[in-house]
Design a protein around this ligand. Structure first.
Ligand SMILES: NC(=O)c1ccc[n+]([C@@H]2O[C@H](COP(=O)([O-])OP(=O)(O)OC[C@H]3O[C@@H](n4cnc5c(N)ncnc54)[C@H](OP(=O)(O)O)[C@@H]3O)[C@@H](O)[C@H]2O)c1
Length: 151
């Protein structure tokens, strides 16, 4: 099985790559350079079986304007580009797994949040940066939705 690991040079990518190789997969790892052009991305993905996209500027930083832009673009714009490229491939990967975040859910102490959890946003008293993270998460997931012509 041929796996393409985008955003694979980071913490999760290293763990997943090690695990997948132990299981016998052929893993090609890319960092941010993979997103420098649609052609480059397409070249890496054509004929692959699985695409795993973990790209995203690390959130362990101050949430100033520049870092917020980087947090958003490195997730949402890269995923939009990936969506566009996958939909244009002759032989797209059969499976595309994309990173997301539990931050999309409301902050909850009353119940666990799983796939049937409630989306967060504008809870009374929540700090503004929480809403920013939730908006990033929603846009990030939205960017994976099928585009016209997606197979
Ligand atoms: N770690 C966690 O506990 C956790 C929990 C929930 C969600 N996630 C999500 O899972 C993903 C991977 O997390 P991680 O902990 O492995 O992160 P990480 O160690 O910071 O690795 C980030 C990856 O994203 C790439 N990247 C950074 N800036 C980029 C940009 N501007 N454009 C395109 N790619 C960029 C990096 O490539 P370079 O090597 O080129 O910098 C690297 O491959 C992230 O999207 C994160 O939000 C992580």
């Amino acid at each position: 099985m041929r796996i393409v690991m985008l955003g694979g040079t980071g913490q999760l990518g290293a763990i997943l790559t090690r695990h997948s190789r132990r299981k016998g997969a052929q893993v090609t790892v890319f960092g941010r350079e993979a997103f420098s052009s649609p052609e480059q991305l397409a070249g890496g993905l054509e004929q692959s079986d699985v695409c795993i996209n973990l790209a995203g500027r690390n959130v362990n930083c101050r949430y100033n304007e520049a870092n917020r832009r980087a947090i958003y673009n490195s997730r949402v714009e890269t995923t939009r580009l990936l969506n566009h490229v996958i939909s244009s491939l002759k032989h797209p990967p059969r499976v595309w797994l994309n990173a997301s975040t539990a931050t999309i859910y409301r902050h909850s102490l009353d119940r666990a949040m799983d796939e049937s959890g409630e989306l967060g946003g504008n809870e009374p008293g929540a700090p503004e940066c929480w809403n920013f993270s939730i908006e990033v998460a929603k846009a990030w997931e939205e960017a994976t939705h099928p585009t016209r012509g997606f197979r």
